[in-house]
Design a binder for this molecule. Structure first.
Ligand code: ZN
Length: 232
């Protein structure tokens, strides 16, 4: 892909982010992510979006429509396991192993950090709820809980994979272990702590502001009440 083409794609993604109804904080994070992404990452991102749109097949799914969103809307049949107003759990039709279960948020989010806290907790609480039964039903000896983000994410819609495992099942979630200096680990940890600290600071300030605002509102209501009471 030409450099100019990548740049124009980057701009169009940024424009699309602006049009979304995400909270401002999420938009800022997304914007930063896209602005800092390398040309290769932008290309990969676009490829993922187009392949997800194209693999619907059969004309049942509109162009650009996410398959998981279509499942939520009932446009694609699925074998449901559990659902509530925010999340849905169903069986993978091309499972990695018998009983491979998928848990998704009903609203379309690609990344974990974009999802509101209460839905994140529901996703993981559902995983917690399903796991013991899934082990019993499939006679598994263990379960892999797998979430792909960006790389090897086949659809741009977050999914928690619950993959029942047995010994010698030939499923591989392996990587080569590398050697690293302690200095390098400390450097990464320090940078992370610095960023996390800054985020915490911002959150704290926001909360303080909210508390102040609420106190002010209560004060105003109080004043109004007192005025009402003073009236004969
Ligand atoms: Zn979706």
């Amino acid at each position: 892909m030409e450099k100019e083409e990548v740049e124009s794609l980057r701009q169009s993604i940024l424009e699309q982010i602006e049009q979304q109804s995400f909270p401002e904080e999420t938009k800022t994070k997304l914007r930063e992510q896209i602005e800092n992404a390398s040309d290769e990452e932008i290309e990969k991102f676009i490829k993922q979006q187009t392949s997800a749109a194209g693999s619907g097949g059969g004309g049942a799914v509109g162009e650009g429509q996410c398959i998981f969103c279509s499942i939520v809307e009932g446009k694609i049949d699925t074998v449901k396991v559990y659902e509530n107003s925010d999340i849905m759990a169903f069986l993978d039709i091309n499972p990695a192993s018998r009983g491979h279960c998928l848990i998704i948020p009903k609203k379309h989010f690609q990344f974990l950090f974009q999802i509101p806290d209460n839905i994140v907790s529901q996703l993981f609480l559902t995983a917690k709820k399903i796991m013991p039964s899934l082990i019993n039903v499939t006679n598994a000896e263990g379960i892999a809980v797998y979430i792909a983000q960006g790389i090897e994410q086949t659809l741009p819609h977050l999914v928690i994979n619950l993959i029942p495992r047995v010994k010698d099942d030939k499923l591989r979630f392996a990587w080569e272990r590398k050697k690293v200096e302690l200095d390098e680990l400390n450097m990464i940890a320090n940078e992370l702590k610095l960023r996390l600290g800054k985020e915490e600071e911002t959150e704290k300030k926001q909360k303080e502001q909210e508390v102040k605002q609420k106190a002010q509102e209560e004060d105003d209501i109080d004043k109004i009440f007192r005025q009402i009471k003073r009236r004969p």
